[in-house]
Design a protein around this ligand. Sequence first.
Ligand SMILES: NC(=O)c1ccc[n+]([C@@H]2O[C@H](COP(=O)([O-])OP(=O)(O)OC[C@H]3O[C@@H](n4cnc5c(N)ncnc54)[C@H](OP(=O)(O)O)[C@@H]3O)[C@@H](O)[C@H]2O)c1
Ligand SMILES: CC(C)CCC[C@@H](C)[C@H]1CC[C@H]2C3=C(CC[C@]12C)[C@@]1(C)CC[C@H](O)C(C)(C)[C@@H]1CC3
Length: 623
Amino acid sequence: MPSLKYQPGEKVMGRWPGSSLYYEVKVLGFDSKSRLYTVIYKDGTELELKEQDIISYLSFQARTRSRSNSRSPGRRRSRSRSPARTTRRSSSRTAAAASAAITESAPSSHGDAKLKRAPEVKLSPLPQEKKPTENSSNNKHEKKEENNTASKEIQPDAKAEADPEKNLGRYNLRRRKDDGEAKAAEAKTEQQVKEAKASAALAVTGPTPASPRLDFGGKIGAFFWTLFLPAWVLFLLLQVNRKDPSLANFPPPLPPLQSFWDPQALGFVVLWILFQALLYVLPVGKLSEGVLLRSGRRLKYRTNGFFAVLVSAAVVAAAVYQGADLTYIHSHFLQLTTASFLIAMLLSIYLYVRSRSTSPDERALGGNSGNMIYDFFKGRELNPRIKEFDLKFFCEMRPGLIGWCLINFAMALAEMKQQKLDAPSSSMILVNVFQLLYVVDGLWNEEAILTTMDLMHDGFGYMLAFGDLVWVPFTYTLQAHYLVSHPNPLSLPVLSAIVTLKLVGFYIFRKSNSEKNAFRRNPSDPSLSHLKTIPTATGKSLLVSGWWGVVRHPNYLGDLIMALAWSLPCGFSHILPWFYMIYFIILLVHRDSRDMNECRRKYGSAWDEYCRTVRYRIIPRVY
Ligand SMILES: NC(=O)c1ccc[n+]([C@@H]2O[C@H](COP(=O)([O-])OP(=O)(O)OC[C@H]3O[C@@H](n4cnc5c(N)ncnc54)[C@H](OP(=O)(O)O)[C@@H]3O)[C@@H](O)[C@H]2O)c1
Ligand SMILES: CC(C)CCC[C@@H](C)[C@H]1CC[C@H]2C3=C(CC[C@]12C)[C@@]1(C)CC[C@H](O)C(C)(C)[C@@H]1CC3
């Protein structure tokens, strides 16, 4: 093949289709008819690439080196000529991908060099940061040059991404013949890839991370949600004790102002949070490592949630035995909610104020829009800590979650008192046991929370503080709360059917979550060897059979089935106890689409292939 630019066996950098990422690949051959090169990635993925999507390894290195050596940071951003730049788009997302490309290629071949190379990738253009630099005429030129490049080179890519089918038509993604080998290779590279990603992310954000895009309706949306969410909680709570709770009762007659406030209720809430904080800091249980951060650090988390729930249960039982009247929780629900809201609000203000003095690599990508209300709502700091005390992790897993079970239990006692029963009703028992199982399961598998979206990506601000301290304990308990004054006797067959449904949901939820966790921890786990996978250029594979071959979010399916089983014991007389189900559908559909976008960005064509193979998102053949 004398006229070929790249020879078989040559090590080059190949662009991952549909993305701006370049990876180290080996040329396997060239098809003169289609004029495509067949290349193989390090994880065994074979692709056919156009010549324009390949760059020689040496010039790739030379370009990244020359950029870092010869230019000031301001100029680097706008004048870099790396291959990444060829796919520059006018979004920070592109800059992110482009930067990732450079660093992700580095660790596999240069080992320790990866973190040192991180500053290099700041060279990638960040179009949203077009600050004037030294020479204005130069800048004009640079701007023009960028725009030209954009119009020449960006559009085909944008189209390909918008239309994955086309993208796949252009490139032929083949699975590696020996999948076992791919899995073993994946196990080896996973750590490197994670570290490279962290380096890349650091590079992407640069000194001042800017939000990629505004969720939740942007600035106006954030303002709206900040006011609407507490108002909605109030509405639900004013409805639940009514004889005929209905959404049509809007606006509800407001109770006198003093019924919202009770210093004793505030005292109890503060005590509960302090008690949970004490259990959290006790040196009991495992110290688990979180994901690698942009700062290159890994945080440690005390995952002793199961211990915390056991001690809490023992303390509550002892208090009841000593004569404590837990029905106080039912009779002072509004005051307890107000107190928790006050704490959530103060915490959010504290979080916002302290985030102003945190270093940029400690900030979340999503909460740094520059708009005060949006950033307050979304949260700026990723992992706010007071010494070793992680505020986000603690709030998400402890006071609200365990408080949810405590409130449910109090509702069971309140039901017995109000309806003069010797034991809670069967509906109340079902709701209590079902939700207790859910919480205990979450705390038992507490380590898994470290890789959820909230912990990895979302800042800690009003949304999560309010969600964890008010929304979860005071709205997730609506079914039990409703049953206190709206009895719904169940026949044995109905009860059995609901229990079966809950078990089915729980089985799907737990099995699918465990399957993915096990696979992510050890892709060559022998117990998973029967599963089919799709390799991706990041070194990670995607499960395409087993639970993750049924739908793309089998864990959400299980969670939704469980939610159904939580509402069914309340019957169909009112919509109020169905609120959780309705809210949960909206939350998970929104979460699924956020995750889809993120995975498409991470995995490019491999993700599209996964979506073509597994066509439904959450419910087989429906959605
Ligand atoms: N009760 C509530 O209020 C509530 C609210 C929200 C969520 N939840 C529950 O919390 C749990 C965690 O949910 P989550 O939203 O964080 O998302 P998740 O479904 O646990 O995680 C999504 C991630 O899994 C990986 N993945 C996706 N498809 C895969 C495949 N085919 N093979 C291997 N890995 C794949 C991807 O990450 P990587 O490839 O980077 O690993 C993706 O980003 C769920 O069970 C959910 O039901 C409960
Ligand atoms: C409308 C807003 C106020 C929404 C706020 C959302 C949060 C309340 C949720 C986001 C992620 C959720 C979550 C759990 C609880 C509720 C959230 C924090 C969770 C801790 C519940 C127990 C489960 O077992 C879980 C650990 C899988 C789960 C993780 C996600």
